[in-house]
Design a protein around this ligand. Sequence first.
Ligand code: LLP
Length: 425
Amino acid sequence: MSSNFIFSKHDTIELANKYGTPLYVISEDIIKENAERLLSAFKKCKVDFEINYAGKAFLNIAMCRIIDKLGLSLDVVSGGELYTAKKSGFPMGRICFHGSNKSIEEIKMAFEFKVGKIVADSEYELGLLNRIAEEMGVTPKVMVRVSPGIEAHTHEYVQTGRVDSKFGIPLKLVVKILSQKGIYKNLNICGLHCHIGSQIFDEKPFIIAADTMLKLIRDLKTEGVGITELNLGGGFGIPYLKDDSVFEIDVYLKKLVKFTGDKCKEYGIDFPKLLIEPGRYIIGTAGITLYEIGTVKEVPHTRKYVSIDGGMADNPRPALYDALHHAVIANKMDSSFDDEELVTVSGRCCETDTLISDVLLPNPAAGDILAVLNTGAYNYSMSSNYNRLPKPAVVLLNGKHDEIIVERETYEDIVSKDRIPSWYR
Ligand code: LLP
């Protein structure tokens, strides 16, 4: 019996040896479990619903295929994400196109591809969408993003539904904007959208957001504007550390549906189709990153630094949001508690680049493989080539299979877009 770290039935040391490090490892089985938990929780509620996977958390052609097979819809936020979905053969009718500042080219691309829905983020964008729709002779389905003015308990940088936010139309202005007659005649405005933030564990702000949006649907109905769909966004938290709590999705959805039913009666509106838009919840726990440990340096009476062959270029979350991650030494899973030391895991980028400031690891040494857990969301998708580091490969596990879904970048890839100005040739 191997004492190596087993992830989704695979020996991570074998994976590191086969594909090299740093390596993103994604488990299709875990993605499926996460998605099915959402689907079955919603199905139990017996309402009309749709789940949009938020592609910003992790997207590539293989991921689009997985999302398609699971029957989920896909939220994209840029021409690049839309193009990826198109290339993968993802059904365009199940695409929801977001973005707080879409370009004219992106909007035209979305209309040409006939995406299912487009989310208008501002009054300016409603006008732009209407004008382009008229020019192209199309009547796209549009949801309007609202800034509901709700504070969610999460990192300031990932709170997106506050009054003071670049996202969405301020709550107070929505009725005035949407009730103007004959202005947006080329748009089929069918829904409202809000997203209050990310990595949230408390269901209360979601319920408050639902109430705010349902009241808005009531006020719009009074003005003759019919809204049939309500998207309450994503943001469900996942555990990063051993003692972190779990977001009970079935409890939340049950509460939400009951609450929505009660409020619809009270406000005299029809029960809308309910949509959610999770990214992290689906992919976060489905990914780990494998690194090789190199330099181990003790600063006497201060701290032990354990350096790895990746860092903020492949996982910028600790640097950006003070995000915490747990890690294990994949080849030392049978070590005892006495071997553990409190160390700092440092990335290789030329700045402080602390990946994990305090973690207990058993006698970390050069050549060990460090597995950082729950890195599926916003790691690969936010990775960079800082310090001209090539991006790691992404390997997908499915049952006993393991295959590369994104190739490791090479040094040639790194210089491939560089051009020498004529005066140096
Ligand atoms: N819908 C909208 C409109 C969003 O802006 C987001 C995330 C989501 C859905 C999905 O949220 P999720 O379910 O994944 O929490 N890079 C940060 C997270 C930024 C989230 C941005 N918006 C991080 O690494 O924590």
